[in-house]
Design a protein around this ligand. Sequence first.
Ligand code: GLN
Length: 492
Amino acid sequence: MSTPAKELCRLGLREAGAGVAAKAISSSELVEASLARIQATDGKLGAFLAVSADRARAAAKAADARAARGERRSELDGVPVAVKDIFVTKGVPTTAGSRILEGYLPPYDATVVERLEAAGAVIVGKLNMDEFAMGSSNENSAYRPCHNPWDLSRTPGGSSGGSAASVAAGQVHASLGTDTGGSIREPAAFCGVVGVKPTYGRVSRYGVVAFASSLDQVGPLAREVGDAALVLRTIAGHDPRDMTSSTRPVDDYLGPLEEGARGLRVGVPREWLSGGLDAGVEAAIRAALDTYRRLGATLVDVSLPHSKYGIGAYYLIAPAEASSNLARYDGVRFGLRAEGAKGLKEMYAESRERGLGAEPKRRIMLGTYALSSGYYDAYYLRAQKVRTLIRRDFDEAFRSCDVIAGPVTPSVAFRLGERTGDPLQMYLADIFTITCNLAALPGLSVPCGLEAGSGLPVGLQLVGRPFDEATLFRAARALERELGPLPAPPEP
Ligand code: GLN
């Protein structure tokens, strides 16, 4: 009962849940510890955009009442978690990191929020992010930057920067993010946590602010592979309110978790390790691949020849879809409305001018251009064809391997401000993650050590066959078990 708050905050998700079930700790203690830690650290970290303390305390009380009756909704009953501010939460501000949604109080909960709460998880607040999930450093947040707990002068990555930073710093035991081109995996890698982008369609997007609808997917971040697997199992599965969600049953991710890497065929794309990678990152990736070999896996040379067109195709498709999705922010229905405009047209224009930041505006212009008559065939349609080629590369590679392994990012976390002046440089942070979204495949980032010299975390990316998240978890767990947990980052 007298465990210090800081130690409670470092417990794994399943460990904390088991503690509540055994009545060794109460959900209220866990939630108070989490709120206290947010209070103590978030001034420096900037991971949260909103903290819903009252709602969390009430939920914790209810979880404790269940525990007293010997009831348990799930393994994460009573455990504090947080969600990216892209998920709508009834009566709790939801901004998607944008001024144009400032003050918006949604009238309903996203399906994933409902599912977390139905499982007993306690949502303590909403996490910082790049505006409309456009970015790789969280610096496009209209509210405040988020800092990397390993080094406060560096970015936590983006767009789910707050989701990764809060888990790494022990503010919560797990979080949810979204990934359109790398937004879960890149920040997970930069902050030294596990992050999963599931197969397109695995998780419902009902109540998720849309960015690029053919690419967006929801996924978990946690400090342990098994914890991420538990969260995904909790939120995955068909939702009649999202017609893109799959009706395929959800696999048991935890059952095969400890099966190890023996016999696994690990594909190593030669294009991912041939230049363009910082030496320290490459060394950590190669060491992880050697570990797999030592554990009894076979390394297979595979080729993804069209992956070099990934960034180009993505920056046509994603902005095209964004230009359409963002048309709904017109000052009429949600959030900010320009007052004093003369007439409807001026009100639309003024609201968008004031409410949207530079990056969404850039994407709206790019996307509108790519979709306009005469350019549609030359750009958008071409990009869709490239997408098919990228998918075929993966299909071909998976004929000779069970999982693909490589880097998540070309470098460790870069410094805040370093790339803000050069959007192209920023876009390149996703060079290894984007193809997985274009091909609709599941991808995971698992810590594979600290870079020599900088001491910053490096993530190994694992990509699987459609709906084969179970193999990703099993492979990631084999590495995690072998390497042991990363040390905790320094106190902010
Ligand atoms: N960094 C990429 C972008 O800015 C990917 C973002 C994401 O996955 N949401 O579009």
